[in-house]
Ligand binder design. Structure first.
Ligand code: NYM
Length: 212
């Protein structure tokens, strides 16, 4: 008899500083995957529609105060935990998830803000692991010139520099680096070239069981 198996999707995370162009590139990547016939779901963290995300949104917009940086860190983590089940089931159903920021932002921003590294990393242990992380590197001066920078909390130049240092420490063999100082199209083509060269191929074949 023939056993039919559902092809597993993939979990692709985009990371980088504020104004590194992640959001634009996430949309472009999603469109490109769709054009190849894949089912794609765009996600982002913080997800500002989710209950904990609403708290984060109000805090970032300076509408409310939070009693401690630890409370903010846990809100960001809870926001992800609220979506963990959805991420797992979408991938097992064959969907490609393109996710704008994930726990690496959580860890890097919180450590850069002065929280204890060991403590910070605990909250996200057990979340679904991405198959690949694309890190968009942008010079902090270039980022600062892009529109809208500085409107929200956490968007100051000094913090961004520290975030980049922490983000680099989190980088392992699953990560690909994209030079995000380039124009919008230039960055997209760079990333696409990586895929066409096969650098991303094969990494989509992970078993769901391997994702803890
Ligand atoms: N941020 C984002 C964190 O500090 N921790 C996290 O866990 C996540 C996901 O939120 N300055 C920060 C980075 C950004 C801010 O993100 C809002 P965005 O992508 O601008 O909506």
């Amino acid at each position: 008899f023939q056993k039919t198996m559902m092809k597993r999707g993939a979990f692709i995370v985009l990371e980088g500083l504020d104004r590194s162009g992640k959001t634009t590139q996430a949309k472009k990547l999603a469109d490109w995957l769709k054009s190849r016939g894949e089912t794609v779901h765009l996600m982002r963290f913080p997800d500002r529609d989710e209950p904990f995300g609403k708290v984060i949104d109000a805090y970032l917009k300076k509408e409310i105060e939070l009693a401690s940086p630890q409370a903010l860190h846990l809100a960001f983590s809870l926001n992800r935990w609220q979506k963990a089940g959805e991420i797992r089931s979408l991938i097992s159903l064959g969907t490609y998830i393109v996710c704008d920021r994930y726990c690496y932002s959580g860890v890097a921003y919180s450590i850069a803000s002065g929280l204890d590294e060991k403590w910070v990393k605990c909250a996200d242990i057990g979340l679904p692991q991405p198959d690949i992380v694309l890190r968009f590197d942008v010079d902090t001066d270039v980022a600062a010139q892009r529109g809208g920078f500085g409107d929200e909390r956490l968007e100051c130049n000094e913090l961004q520099k520290k975030v980049l240092i922490e983000m680099k420490k989190l980088t392992d063999e699953r990560w690909k680096i994209v030079n995000a100082n380039d124009s919008m199209e230039g960055v997209h083509n760079q990333r696409r070239k990586q895929e066409e060269m096969g650098k991303m191929e094969g990494e989509y074949s992970y078993d769901i069981e391997k994702m803890s």
